[in-house]
Design a protein around this ligand. Structure first.
Ligand SMILES: [Zn+2]
Ligand SMILES: [Zn+2]
Length: 237
């Protein structure tokens, strides 16, 4: 039995439960988005959308004005970035369910949020048509782990949107235990552009931590000829 058939069978006999409240997903929409309709309403973008935001990375400002302290320290080659949710509380539960607890059915839900985020922060009338470019997974990750959380979103996204997988990550140390400066150093030159990038790019990733990954991707894209590079991340640490 092929892997796909097995997945379909498994979903038929063991329907997924909502990652937030645990109740079975019953309607077509619930099954499609991997979350129940009551809990889906807990994640509107408006809650965390506009308001006082850093002009560079899009993270909420606390007592700063205009640009956050993190962005003031380093230069950015991307033109503007936006982040959607904080990586705390229910939002953290949601991402952890997707990444670590097998709720891969949430990929279409996150894709929907990325599309809403593009409409909210990168209005077509102002920014024009942008081509999505995913932040690439660690080299060999899909082979060893079997999937990648950003790649799964990319697959849903590319069904109806322009997507270009033009970035590749070369082997480097894992980023988890490194601080901002070490991350930037560790990643520098480790993400390369493998073909001509789109002119106007909307880079996307799951979590914005120090901005180092977005920065390295963006400078690779610009060196390879991209005119404008914007960033959109689902969560900010
Ligand atoms: Zn629920
Ligand atoms: Zn910032």
């Amino acid at each position: 039995m092929g892997n796909e058939t097995w997945c379909l069978m498994r979903e038929l006999f063991f329907p997924l439960a909502c990652p937030i409240c645990g109740r079975p997903l019953v309607t077509g929409r619930e099954a499609r988005f991997g979350i129940c309709s009551d809990c889906e309403r807990l994640f509107p973008l408006e809650d965390v959308g506009p308001g006082e935001r850093c002009e560079v990375c899009g993270c909420p400002l606390i007592s700063e004005i205009g640009v956050c302290t993190r962005c003031r320290k380093g230069e950015h080659s991307f033109d503007k970035a936006a982040v959607l949710y904080p990586y705390t509380q229910k939002w953290m539960t949601l991402l952890r369910a997707y990444k670590f607890r097998g709720h891969r059915a949430l990929a279409p839900f996150f894709t929907e949020k990325i599309l809403e985020g593009r409409a909210l922060f990168f209005d077509r009338a102002v920014f024009g048509e942008l081509t999505f470019v995913p932040v690439p997974p660690r080299e060999g990750k899909i082979k060893t782990v079997g999937w990648d959380q950003v790649e799964s979103i990319t697959r849903v996204l590319e069904k109806q949107n322009a997507v270009c997988r033009c970035l590749r990550r070369l082997p480097s140390m894992t980023q988890k235990k490194l601080n901002a400066e070490e991350r930037a150093k560790n990643l520098k030159g480790r993400i390369i552009c493998t073909k001509k990038p789109p002119e106007n790019v909307l880079l996307f990733d799951d979590v914005y931590t120090t901005g180092a990954t977005l920065e390295v991707c963006s400078s690779a894209l610009k060196e390879a000829g991209a005119t404008r590079v914007y960033g959109l991340c689902l969560f900010h640490a």
